[in-house]
Write a protein that binds this ligand. Structure first.
Ligand SMILES: Nc1nc2c(ncn2[C@@H]2O[C@H](COP(=O)(O)OP(=O)(O)OP(=O)(O)O)[C@@H](O)[C@H]2O)c(=O)[nH]1
Ligand SMILES: [Mg+2]
Length: 317
């Protein structure tokens, strides 16, 4: 529990330590998270997703800079990043060298998906809680782009940004992948490239074909050039416009519940899995069950019933 107090003071070292324990699924991490949880719920979560190479990390770098200019504290979680962050020109080389800064206003952390589906790591929520408890006003989450839109981020983020760029090749495919349901804000990055205006127009036509009721959020399309920061201040303003909309429409509270639901399900899943592996003292029991399932002597569903029946008040030897 010793890390919690330090994290609440914004201590980067303590936060890094807990995040590592969360990723390693160390038993102590759960106790720390329990203590931390009452201090969370204030950070605003922004998801940035899109196909590989559209400029998500560059965009986040620039967003960090504009948020910091607005005296906001920023946390960044990059899931499976293939490109490094610079931390925004405001922080420059310090971040580039260490990957996170001693400066308490920005904290960047990358995590692996470890096979979790939909481009999100199962630890993403816990990581967000740590940054939230550190006092970050904004937590930006970059999810790995697989060419298809990562719909999953919308379950976690308050504002979901879907980034595209001209000549991406998979534009149309991405559009089919439920992009309009997934995005609160659409960004056409690499505005300096040919076709950017066209792509923006195409997206706007798609949006205008849909019917939005007055109480529904209608996504806007923003042109940015992340590499030099053009359009990024306007993007930040749009994020805050969406936040205001969520506050007045009750959407912010709904998002908190959405995250609470995911958090509970994840806690149940990991608790039950840990409980089972602790209680099953003999690994060959599971191995035998697995080969029985493979040989069709039983099925995974009956195997679960067998395990849970046996586990009530006992230990499987
Ligand atoms: N021309 C141009 N290039 C850009 C712009 N923004 C980013 N880039 C470049 O695009 C490349 C990819 O940018 P990243 O920010 O790494 O893209 P990403 O979406 O994070 O990529 P992954 O993390 O691999 O999915 C880099 O070489 C950037 O310098 C832009 O506005 N215009
Ligand atoms: Mg990236």
């Amino acid at each position: 529990m010793k890390l919690v107090n330090k994290i609440l003071r914004g201590d980067v070292g303590a936060a890094s330590r807990l995040m590592k324990d969360i990723e390693d699924e160390a038993p102590d991490a759960t106790d720390e998270l329990k203590k931390l949880y009452p201090h969370t719920g204030k950070a605003y979560v922004v998801g940035v997703t899109g196909a590989p190479g559209v400029g998500k990390s560059t965009l986040i770098d620039t967003l960090i800079k504009v948020f910091c200019q607005g005296a906001m504290k920023v946390g960044v979680i990059a899931i499976d990043p293939s490109s490094p962050f610079t931390g925004g020109a405001i922080l420059g080389d310090r971040i580039r060298m260490k990957y996170f800064s001693k400066d308490q206003s920005v904290f960047i952390r990358s995590i692996a998906t470890r096979g979790w589906t939909g481009g999100l790591s199962k630890h993403t929520l816990s990581m967000i809680h740590v940054m939230d408890a550190m006092g970050k006003d904004i937590v930006l989450v970059e999810t790995v782009g697989s060419g298809q839109v990562e719909i999953d981020i919308t379950k976690i983020a308050d504002t979901s940004i879907v980034a595209l760029c001209p000549g991406g090749g998979d534009e149309i495919q991405t559009m089919k992948g439920g992009i309009l349901e997934a995005a609160d804000i659409l960004v056409v990055n690499k505005a300096d490239r040919e076709g950017a205006d066209d792509l923006k127009l195409k997206l706007e036509i798609m949006i205008n074909r849909r019917i939005y009721s007055p109480d529904q959020w209608k996504p806007g399309v923003f042109l940015t050039q992340a590499s030099n920061g053009a359009g990024v201040a306007e993007l930040m303003e749009e994020i805050f416009r969406h936040k205001d909309f969520l506050i007045t429409s009750g959407g912010l509270r709904a998002n908190r519940e959405k995250r609470a639901r995911i958090g509970l399900h994840e806690a149940i899943r990991s608790y039950v899995e840990n409980y089972i592996s602790e209680k099953i003292a003999n690994n060959t029991y599971l191995d035998n069950l697995i080969s029985d399932i493979a040989e069709r002597k039983t099925d995974p569903y009956s195997a679960v019933s067998e395990i849970t029946d046996k586990l009530i008040g006992t230990t499987i030897k």
